[in-house]
Design a protein. Structure first.
Length: 157
């Protein structure tokens, strides 16, 4: 009789522990697809004209259903994102590749809008920022630039 009572207590304790673990795991998952990214902004810092303008964002599906990114659109033609159109299964990741055209000199402040079936953020905006500075003539394949004097034409020998 005492053995049966002890077995029932052990079984009850095990079921309680299992129930608490299941509740904890369920709290971590969002019902439906859920999007999260490793970062919201990629900062290039200062890069040289013509440098590699590529970067990556890691997307995780923290939900219970497949995440589908139906559209990734850059804010202009100089910012080109590439999103995987295949469903991202719960608990797995995918990569969004973004390429910025570094031929343009000056500040970088562009965005990429991700449209998905995520229940937490169906539209997610990520950004790239930094600055492109002029490179030397050897890298750019042209004559070196000369500073302009007042009233003088620019880049003349």
């Amino acid at each position: 009789m005492k053995l049966q009572l002890a077995m029932k207590q052990i079984l009850t304790a095990c079921l309680m522990v299992f129930g608490m673990l299941a509740a904890t795991v369920a709290q971590d998952l969002t019902a439906g697809p859920s999007i999260s990214l490793d970062k919201d902004v990629h900062d290039y810092g200062t890069i040289t004209q013509g440098a590699d303008g590529g970067c990556e964002f890691t997307v995780t599906n923290g939900g219970t259903d497949p995440l589908i990114m139906s559209r990734c659109k850059g804010s202009c033609g100089c910012t080109v994102p590439k999103c995987d159109k295949d469903p991202i299964m719960p608990g797995t990741t995918s990569i969004i590749s973004v390429r910025y055209d570094t031929k343009r000199i000056g500040p970088i402040n562009k965005s990429v809008t991700i449209t998905s079936n995520a229940v937490n953020e169906p539209t997610k905006v990520i950004r790239i920022k930094g600055k492109v500075q002029a490179g030397d003539a050897n890298q750019l394949g042209g004559a070196p630039l000369k500073p302009a004097a007042a009233g003088a034409p620019v880049n003349k020998e």
